[in-house]
Every structure is written in structure tokens, then in C-alpha cells.
Design a protein around this ligand. Structure first.
Ligand SMILES: Cc1cc2nc3c(=O)[nH]c(=O)nc-3n(C[C@H](O)[C@H](O)[C@H](O)COP(=O)(O)OP(=O)(O)OC[C@H]3O[C@@H](n4cnc5c(N)ncnc54)[C@H](O)[C@@H]3O)c2cc1C
Length: 511
């Protein structure tokens, strides 16, 4: 009996990478009728989603909020039967540390681009000169752009002046990409604004148009799970194993070769490799390992993947007694522009943002501080104690805390965030074109169409659909999809969504 016969004749689909993208793809493949194996190289699944306790409070180490205005994340949770675990922020109001003080994030902005000039003036985020420059956008001639991409700093700076770039757009984008506005793609990182700007000479008018088109009562912007977003991958993995799939950890894939009928994977250490045959493969790992895995069989995709750079960062989580705060923060957090020259780039008051955390530990306040921007890796080349000291100092200055936290955790995310630099959409198109020439192969994950969780899920769905179509075309799927909630969808970003992919940062309702 062949291996295929022993498994009921089902084709074998292997997913490389046990992050949210890989696990979502695996679940859909399983439900589509394939036999599924997920291979995760590290000791645990989840990738950038992980939760652990600090001072007895379960606080996410990586992603902590998913956009609720895109459907994919909420659909996944509901489909797992865990809708009751969904929780929403108690407040989304937030602040910016600018010109030496915390200022409210001006209402009416989208990705830092203002639409309400009176609100912008009231917020005092900009200097008088910076503020005076902004309305020129309304009268300046169109900024020449052509069909090609442009950096965020170039386009927004030309329209609204450098201060808007440095003190509003950079911190908001920094919260998502930890990137440099001089290099980040306007089209890929501010998709809704970029699309609207093509039909408006003024960027302020473009953002006003976006806000007018936003639905009247769109519901909460963000959501998480009561047990932490880091519990989501485990819920998906449990569903996979309950459905008969296999999820392996400590299974690093080092090679991927074509065979006459499918693919052969080399798994595990070089001295004792294991070989695994698959009819189809989904590569759901970050760009650098994906580039290595595709180097032999899809060199054109590999070359493009190698061009996608990543930023490293650290999350320092501190837990204080409530009594340490002279005044309890009323905002979910604040952002720090790079031009302020401070080490911490964003602070989230987790116990304020998420009421369920406060309810579980009423006497404690958990705070997350983000450190590290693209190109500033030296800030992370320090001990955990140094990073903790930087976070403690930040909170002493902005919140007046004069005691030490009762608990602390430092989580480092080396190469954690893909940089969507100028030309990113073209890079992704070339990767997809090269992969499209390889039947039974698909790619998914944060490197492509958005690094927020819903966007990663969308790429996973699209990858699984592509693989299932291939297996179906070979007549190998005997029972096809069981018609459940995961639907075949395109993976592209949703430029119509004003928040696009803005995640996990202090944000504002775009209405
Ligand atoms: C600190 C931080 C905060 C964030 N905050 C938010 C947020 O609040 N909201 C939000 O929506 N997004 C947030 N993000 C982004 C989001 O978490 C990620 O983009 C997303 O989780 C990536 O999922 P993924 O499955 O594409 O990749 P990953 O999570 O990177 O998973 C890929 C997996 O592949 C494995 N792997 C790599 N190479 C191999 C190999 N050769 N063989 C086998 N396995 C391999 C890795 O070990 C990893 O587990 C945050 C990211 C970071 C780093």
C-alpha cells in the first residue's frame, strides 16, 4: 500500500511555518480535503503571536490587537467557536509626545494626515511654523508623481510640510512598521490615502473624502482575545489536530525541491535530515527564510524576497501598582516621533486599553513600551536591564512614576517587521508571478500584502485556495471543501478601508 493509499487517498499538503498565516492556510487545506502537515521550526507555534504572564497578568509579547474593521481576523475567531472570547478596547484615544509634552492625537487624521485643521491647531503637536505650512496643501499645484511609487516622506512632505511627516505620519507608521518614512512606500503603507490622493490635488481633501465615505457606525476599531492574541494560534492548531492534521514544532525546513509528482522537503538538522514528500506546499515564513527555501526551484522569487528588509524591535512590559501613578492614564497609549530623540517609540497602557486586564488585576497597571526602529539596531544591542531602564525612565518622565515596576519582561523581535519600502507592490507582484509558474506552490504571510493579522489571514486563504485548485485540477481531492466559513478570497490590501492595516498602535476611530 502506498503512503497516499494509507491516508485514504488524500493528497498531502505541507505548510512551512506555524505563524498565524501558516496555521490558517493549513486549516483551510484540511477542510478542503487535503492531508495536512504544518512544520514549525521553533519550539512553539505562533510566530509573532505569543502571550505570557507578567506580574500575573497575561500580556501579549508580540501582536496585541487586530483590526476589527477588516473581517478576516474576527471571522477566524468566530469560526473557531470563540466569538465569546473577543474583547474590544475600553478607549482608543491616544497621544503623541511632541515638543516635550504629551499632546492629543488630533482628531480627523488618517495615518497622520490631517483633515481638520482646527483640531490640528488645538492638539499643538506641530510648531507654529509647521502648522502654518499645512494649509498650503489646499492651494499648491498637484505634486507630480506619475504611475510609480514614491516614499511617504517625499509625497506627504511635499504636500503638508516636513513637520507633519516627522511628528504625525512617522510615529503612526513607526507603530506599525518601525520603518523610515524616507524609505517606506506611500502606496503600500498608506494605501487608502494614496488611492484617494490620485483623485485629489490636495492631500487634506483626499483624507476628508475618505472620512466622509467611512460608514456611520462601523463598530470597534480593534479586537483581541480575552486570553491574549497569542492564544489564537493555539486555538487554530487545536482545530487542525482535531480535524486530523499534524502540527509539528522543532521541525526546521532547510530544503525544498521539485519531484516528478510534487515536492520534497528537507527537515531538521543537516547531520540527521528527514525527507518529507508533499503534493503541494505553502511557504508561510518571513521573507529571508522564504528566499532561502525558494532559491533552487524559484530563483526569481527568491531574489525578490531577499530584497524585503526587516526591522528589529523589543517590547518591554512593565507592571506597576496602581498607586504608583500620580494620575491614571486616560489614553490607550502614546507615540514618540523619532525626531524627539527618545529611545522608546510607543507606549501602550495595556490595562487602560483593555478593560479585561484591569478587571483581572484591579490593583495593577501593565504597560508595554516599544523600542527599536529600522536602521537603529544599536539601540537593541544592549542588555535586558538597559532596555528595562530605558522604559522605566520613559514612564518616569511622561507619567511621573517614581517607583520601580513590580514585574518586567523584555521580548526581543529580531527581524520582526517587514519593511514595505518604495516599490514593494512591484516586488510582491514579481514574487507572485514567479510562484504562479510552480504548480502546487503558494506563499503567504506578513511579507506581502499587509503585516496586520487580518491581512496575513487573507494571504493564507488565498494561498490555500490556490493549492486546493491545483490539487482539484489533478483530480486528487475526493471530497473538496466542506463549505465552512473560510472562503476563497483575494489577498490584496483593501485600499478602501481608511485604516488599511494600522494595527496594534494607539489609534483613533477614523470617523
Ligand atoms: C512586536 C510586534 C507587534 C505586533 N503587533 C501587531 C498588532 O498589534 N496587530 C497586528 O495585527 N499585527 C501586529 N504585528 C504584526 C503581526 O504580528 C505579524 O505580521 C504576523 O503575526 C505575522 O504572521 P506570519 O504567519 O506571516 O509570520 P510569523 O508570525 O513570522 O510566523 C512564521 C513562522 O515560520 C517559522 N519559520 C521560519 N522559518 C522556518 C523554516 N525554515 N521552517 C519552519 N518554520 C520556519 C517561524 O519560526 C515562525 O513561527 C506585530 C508584530 C510584532 C513583531
Amino acid at each position: 500500500m502506498t503512503e497516499r493509499e494509507a491516508n485514504g487517498g488524500r493528497p498531502h499538503a505541507v505548510v512551512i511555518g506555524g505563524g498565524i498565516a501558516g496555521l490558517t492556510a493549513a486549516r483551510q487545506l484540511l477542510r478542503g480535503g487535503a492531508r495536512v502537515t504544518v512544520l514549525e521550526g521553533s519550539p512553539d507555534i505562533g510566530g509573532k503571536l505569543r502571550v505570557s504572564e507578567v506580574g500575573g497578568i497575561p500580556v501579549d509579547e508580540g501582536a496585541e490587537a487586530m483590526l476589527a474593521r477588516r473581517p478576516e481576523g474576527l471571522e477566524l475567531v468566530r469560526d473557531l467557536g470563540r466569538a465569546g472570547d473577543l474583547v474590544h478596547p475600553g478607549t482608543t484615544s491616544s497621544a503623541i509626545f511632541s515638543h516635550g509634552a504629551l499632546r492629543p492625537l488630533p482628531s480627523g487624521q488618517v495615518m497622520g494626515v490631517p483633515s481638520d485643521l482646527a483640531a490640528l491647531a488645538r492638539a499643538q503637536v506641530l510648531s507654529p511654523m509647521g502648522l502654518a505650512r499645512v494649509p498650503l496643501d489646499l492651494v499648491l499645484p498637484a505634486t507630480p508623481r506619475g504611475a510609480s511609487d514614491v516614499s511617504v516622506a517625499d509625497y506627504v512632505g511635499a504636500r503638508l510640510g516636513r513637520e507633519v511627516v516627522d511628528r504625525l505620519v512617522e510615529p503612526l507608521l513607526g507603530g506599525v512598521y518601525a520603518g523610515r518614512v524616507e524609505e517606506l512606500s506611500f502606496e503600500a503603507t498608506m494605501a487608502s490615502v494614496a488611492v484617494a490622493s490620485r483623485s485629489h490635488r490636495s492631500l487634506i481633501s483626499a483624507v476628508r473624502g475618505i472620512r466622509q465615505a467611512a460608514p456611520g457606525n462601523p463598530g470597534p476599531v480593534f479586537a483581541t482575545l480575552a486570553g491574549g492574541l497569542g492564544s489564537l494560534p493555539h486555538l487554530v492548531a487545536d482545530a487542525i489536530t482535531a480535524g486530523g492534521g499534524t502540527v509539528r514544532t522543532g521541525a526546521m525546513v532547510r530544503g525544498l525541491r521539485r519531484t516528478p509528482t510534487g515536492w520534497r522537503l528537507t527537515v531538521g538538522p543537516a547531520r540527521s535530515p528527514e525527507y518529507l514528500d508533499a503534493d503541494a506546499v505553502v511557504v508561510a515564513v518571513p521573507a529571508a527564510p522564504a528566499a532561502r527555501l525558494l532559491a533552487d526551484e524559484v530563483p526569481a522569487a527568491s531574489r525578490e524576497l531577499a530584497r524585503i528588509d526587516y526591522a528589529s524591535m523589543a517590547i518591554v512590559t512593565l507592571v506597576y501598582p496602581v498607586s504608583a501613578f500620580p494620575r491614571l492614564p486616560r489614553v490607550s497609549g502614546y507615540l514618540v516621533p523619532a525626531v524627539e530623540g527618545r529611545e522608546v517609540k510607543a507606549v501602550t497602557f495595556s490595562s487602560v486599553k483593555w478593560p479585561h486586564l484591569r478587571e483581572s488585576a484591579p490593583d495593577l497597571i501593565a504597560v508595554r513600551c516599544s523600542i527599536g526602529r529600522y536602521g537603529e539596531e544599536h539601540t537593541l544591542q544592549r542588555s535586558d536591564d538597559d532596555l528595562r531602564a530605558a522604559a522605566v525612565t520613559e514612564l518616569a518622565v511622561t507619567c511621573g512614576l517614581d517607583e520601580l515596576p513590580i514585574a518586567c519582561r523584555v521580548t526581543r523581535w529580531g527581524g520582526g517587521l517587514p519593511q514595505y519600502n518604495v516599490g514593494h507592490a512591484d516586488v510582491v507582484a514579481r514574487i507572485r508571478a514567479a510562484v504562479a509558474g510552480q504548480p502546487g506552490l503558494a506563499v503567504a504571510g506578513a511579507a506581502y500584502d499587509g503585516l496586520g493579522i487580518p491581512a496575513c489571514i487573507a494571504t493564507a486563504r488565498a494561498a490555500a485556495t490556490r493549492v486546493l485548485e491545483h490539487l482539484d485540477s489533478r483530480g486528487e481531492l475526493s471530497h473538496g471543501s466542506d463549505g465552512e466559513g473560510e472562503q476563497a478570497q483575494g489577498a490584496g490590501p483593501e485600499p478602501g478601508d481608511p485604516l488599511h492595516d494600522v494595527v496594534g498602535i494607539p489609534g483613533e476611530d477614523p470617523r
